[in-house]
Write a protein that binds this ligand. Structure first.
Ligand code: FE
Length: 195
């Protein structure tokens, strides 16, 4: 990104780009608006939460999810743009996974909807690779020193998705109750799931 780009606010650049695409007949504004609305209102983190809850309660599904994320989430009906190559990385008591797109904002749309603004923030994208523990701490997640942090860089080739740890005290929870605990941030890896 050049200095020139940084001086022009993203909203203005986006608007200019959209106008250009519409003017040249490359994009139908009605189609674009309906797509955006769909990802804003119908498709969101609840999809990802259902995947997580199923993986917590069904060991065979968990195995399939880790072996081929795209196929396993499609079993639950979650397919579509930016969901073509999903790789699921599981957290454990000694390993914490964290997702970023250092280049732009690649994100598993069918599972999480549209990315939050902090995910697109150049500061998050640059710093999380160099000092993940500090960034997580600033975001409210303090990990013990014995927990290793692995940062995954999503791209147009691969979209990473974190399978959080199932919280203790949830043995009697149904799949629906478990899904209700799972947050977007936990599936990006900047939070843990709390009971
Ligand atoms: Fe990207």
């Amino acid at each position: 990104m050049t200095d020139q780009h940084q001086r022009v606010p993203i909203a203005l650049r986006t608007e200019a780009l959209e106008q250009l695409l519409v003017e040249r007949g490359l994009v139908d504004p009605a189609v674009m608006d309906s797509l955006i609305k769909m990802y804003e209102t119908d498709i969101g983190p609840l999809n990802g939460a259902k995947v997580v809850a199923k993986a917590w309660t069904d060991p065979d599904y968990r195995a399939r999810l880790l072996a081929d994320g795209t196929a396993a989430v499609a079993e639950l009906g979650f397919t579509g743009r930016q969901g073509e190559h999903i790789v699921v990385v599981p957290n454990s008591s000694t390993m914490h996974n964290l997702v970023v797109c250092t280049l732009c904002s690649c994100y598993p749309w069918p599972l999480l909807g549209l990315p939050p603004s902090w995910y697109k923030d150049p500061a998050y994208r640059a710093r999380v690779v160099k000092e993940p523990r500090a960034v997580l701490s600033e975001m409210g997640l303090r990990l013990p020193d014995n927990v290793e942090i692995q940062v995954w860089d999503s791209s147009s080739e691969v979209r990473y998705f974190v399978l959080p740890e199932r919280p203790t005290g949830t043995v009697d929870f149904s799949e629906e109750q478990l899904a209700a605990l799972v947050t977007r941030d936990a599936m990006v890896g900047v939070a843990r799931v709390m009971a």
